[in-house]
Design a protein around this ligand. Structure first.
Ligand code: HAM
Length: 432
C-alpha cells in the first residue's frame, strides 16, 4: 500500500483567507473603493515582482526592509528580482515609465499583497495586503489634508473612527534632516551607554530611526533628544503649520509625534500614521507621507508626491473586535431537488430565475441527499427561501416555496408565480 504523504502546509506568515472570512474582506474592499471613488481616485494595477534595484534605490539601502526583509531571488536570466515589500516604488516606476507625470496631477490607488520577511506575530505577516494611495504633481498642503480627510471618512464608514488616532510629524527637507542628523548623533554619542545593539548600529547608518525605538530602557534618554521640528526651515514649517491649521478648521484632531520618522527613507515634510491601542504591538493601521524627492531619485523630473498605505489585516482585526459588521448571507434562495424528474427540471428553473432576476443568489443542491438532509443544508446556507422540486412538481411545472426565516406556510406555485414572488422580494431587498 502506498505510504500516506505528509500534507504540505502554507509558508509561515502567509495566511489563507477562508470563505467565512472573505465576506469581511469584500466588505472592506467595497467601502474603500467607494470612498476612494468619492474623491476621484483611479485604480492602477501593478506587478507583484519588480527589479530589486527599484526598492534599494527608493526605500533605502540601510532600512530594515531592504537590509533584512525582502524576498529577493535571481530569475532564470540571472536578474535580481524582489517580491514587492510595498507599493509606492512600483507605482512611481510605472508612472515614470508611462509618462504620466508630465504637467499632470494624478490621484491613484492600488491594492494587493506585499511581502516582507518579518517575524510573524498577530497583525504582522510575511504576506499581507495593503491598499495604497499615491498622488503626484501637488505641492500641498491641501492634498496632504485631503489624504487625511479621506482616511478619516473611511474609518467612520467602517465604524472604527473612535478607535484610531492620527499622529503627525514633519521630516523637513533632506538638507534640514542632514543638519539635524549631526545634532542628533552628537546627542546620542553623549548617551552611548544607554543605546542598545540595534541603536548602536543605526548610529552610523540611520540615526533618526533610533527615535522610533520601543526599548523601555531608552525612553528616558529619547524623551530629551533634540527635536527635528525645531530644526526645520521656514518653508517646511510653513507647510506643516498650514496643514495643521487646515486640520484644526476641518475638525480633525491629531497628536503631534515629534519622534515619528517612518521606516522608509523616501519621506520628507509631512508624515502621518493612524494608530490604535486595541491591537497590541502592531497598532499602526495606516501610514504614509510626502516623498517629493523620490521622483528625481528614480530618474524623473522634480515633482511632488504624497501617499499612504493601510494594512488590511489590521483594519479587519479591529473591525472584528468591535463586532459591528453584519454581513448579508451569501445565498438568497436554496433549491432542493428530490427524484429523477426533478434533477434537470430544477437546473432549468434555476437558470430561468437567474435570467430573470439580476443579482439573485441562488444555490442549487448538488450531490443528492434525502429531502431532510437537503433541507438542513438550505437552512445552514442562510438563505431566505427554499425552493423544493419533487417529481410531482416537476411534472406539473410547479415548485414549492418555503420561507426559512419567517413563520409562513409552504406554498406551491407555478413557475411564473414563483418568479413574480421572488422578483418582488429581491427588489424590496435591494431597496432596503
Ligand atoms: P509602511 O508603514 O511600511 O508604509 O506600511 C503601511 C501599512 O502596512 C502599515 O501601517 C501596516 O498597517 C501595514 N503593514 C506593514 N507591514 C505589515 C506586515 N508585515 N503585516 C501586516 N501589515 C503590515 C508603506 O508601505 C508605504 N509604502 C506607505 C506609503 C504609500 N507612503 C507613501 N505612499
Amino acid at each position: 500500500m502506498a505510504k500516506q504523504q505528509q500534507a504540505i502546509q502554507a509558508i509561515r506568515g502567509m495566511r489563507d483567507i477562508l470563505p467565512d472570512q472573505s465576506p469581511y474582506w469584500q466588505w472592506l474592499e467595497q467601502n474603500a473603493r467607494q470612498v476612494l471613488g468619492s474623491y476621484g481616485y483611479q485604480e492602477i494595477r501593478l506587478p507583484i515582482v519588480e527589479k530589486t534595484e527599484l526598492f534599494k534605490r527608493s526605500i533605502g539601502e540601510v532600512t530594515d526592509i531592504v537590509e533584512k526583509e525582502m524576498y529577493t531571488f535571481d530569475d532564470r536570466n540571472g536578474d535580481s528580482l524582489t517580491l514587492r515589500p510595498e507599493g509606492t516604488a512600483g507605482c512611481l516606476r510605472a508612472c515614470l515609465e508611462h509618462g504620466l507625470l508630465h504637467n499632470q496631477t494624478h490621484r491613484l490607488w492600488y491594492y494587493g499583497p506585499m511581502f516582507r520577511h518579518e517575524r510573524p506575530q498577530k497583525g504582522r505577516y510575511r504576506q499581507f495586503y495593503q491598499l495604497g494611495v499615491e498622488t503626484y504633481g501637488m505641492p500641498g498642503p491641501d492634498v496632504d489634508a485631503e489624504m487625511i480627510l479621506l482616511t478619516d471618512r473611511l474609518w467612520k464608514k467602517l465604524g472604527i473612527r473612535d478607535k484610531v488616532e492620527l499622529q503627525l510629524n514633519s521630516l523637513g527637507t533632506s538638507a534640514e534632516r542632514a543638519a539635524y542628523r549631526e545634532v542628533l548623533v552628537e546627542y546620542f554619542k553623549q548617551h552611548v551607554d544607554v543605546l542598545d545593539e540595534d541603536s548602536l548600529r543605526r548610529l552610523e547608518t540611520n540615526p533618526l530611526r533610533i527615535l522610533d525605538s520601543k526599548n523601555p530602557d531608552m525612553q528616558f534618554m529619547l524623551r530629551d533628544a533634540p527635536v527635528l521640528l525645531e530644526h526645520l526651515g521656514e518653508e517646511s514649517l510653513q507647510h506643516f503649520n498650514s496643514l495643521k491649521s487646515m486640520l484644526d478648521e476641518l475638525g480633525i484632531s491629531y497628536q503631534l509625534n515629534t519622534r515619528l520618522v517612518r521606516g522608509l527613507d523616501y519621506y520628507g515634510k509631512t508624515v502621518f500614521e493612524w494608530v490604535t491601542d486595541e491591537l497590541g504591538a502592531q497598532g499602526t493601521i495606516c501610514a504614509g507621507g510626502r516623498y517629493d524627492g523620490l521622483i528625481e531619485q528614480l530618474g524623473g523630473k522634480a515633482n511632488h508626491a504624497i501617499g499612504f498605505a493601510m494594512g488590511m489585516e489590521r483594519i479587519l482585526a479591529l473591525v472584528e473586535q468591535l463586532d459591528t459588521v453584519t454581513l448579508e448571507p451569501s445565498v438568497d434562495v436554496y433549491l432542493i431537488r428530490v427524484g429523477a424528474a426533478a434533477e434537470t427540471a430544477g437546473l432549468l428553473l434555476s437558470e430561468q430565475l437567474r435570467d430573470q432576476i439580476d443579482g439573485l443568489k441562488l444555490q442549487v443542491n448538488c450531490g443528492g441527499g434525502s429531502f431532510k438532509s437537503q433541507f438542513k443544508k438550505a437552512d445552514k446556507s442562510g438563505a431566505a427561501f427554499a425552493i423544493i422540486i419533487g417529481d410531482d412538481e416537476a411534472q406539473r411545472g410547479e415548485a414549492a416555496l418555503k420561507s426559512l426565516r419567517i413563520e409562513q406556510e409552504q406554498t406551491t406555485l407555478s413557475h411564473a408565480a414563483l418568479l413574480e414572488t421572488l422578483k418582488t422580494w429581491h427588489h424590496n431587498k435591494s431597496l432596503a
